[in-house]
Ligand binder design. Structure first.
Ligand SMILES: [Zn+2]
Length: 163
């Protein structure tokens, strides 16, 4: 993805008030390898239920404020992230909900999705199996990137629907 500045990030949240957006703790941007990210996602160390995601929609940075459910999936089973479609341990997949943009969100209207608890889909899709005659890891990665971008953009589009 294209690089994001702190100002890009602060100004990007579509489902937060200006005050809330101003209090978002920014991640260490100098450590980010942008070409290996489809979105920038991070959790809030101070309030563990908070999560944040910023990605580009066209040439606009769009940020989402997320809330992690306190209820966990049954331990000991496998679960799949609905964004990167990687199967992980159930305690590594969390239900996040996000208030819709605008008045709907202020009225308490949210949508939810089960995704990687650490918001590290970009890292997960780059853990590739070894090449086999039937599978080229580079093709697999290209397909995973495509799918991840499409599904995260779809979630954002759903969140921005006003009617
Ligand atoms: Zn994921």
């Amino acid at each position: 993805m294209q690089q994001l500045s702190p100002d890009d990030i602060r100004g990007s949240f579509i489902n937060a008030t200006k005050g809330e957006a101003g209090r978002v703790p920014l991640p260490g941007l100098h450590e980010v390898i942008w070409e290996e990210r489809e979105y920038l996602g991070w959790r809030d160390q101070q309030s563990p239920q908070r999560g944040y995601l910023v990605h580009w929609v066209g040439d606009e940075p769009v940020g989402l404020m997320l809330r992690a459910s306190e209820f966990s999936l049954n331990p000991g089973i496998a679960a799949m992230c609905s964004w990167c479609r990687i199967t992980r341990r159930s305690d590594e997949i969390t239900l996040f909900s996000a208030p819709r943009a605008g008045q709907a969100g202020r009225d308490g209207n949210t949508i939810g999705t089960y995704v990687c608890d650490d918001l590290a889909c970009s890292h997960m899709i780059r853990l590739l199996p070894p090449a086999t005659p039937l599978q080229d890891p580079h093709e697999l990665l290209a397909a995973r990137i495509d799918g991840l971008v499409t599904r995260v953009q779809g979630f954002t589009a759903e969140l921005m629907k006003t009617a």
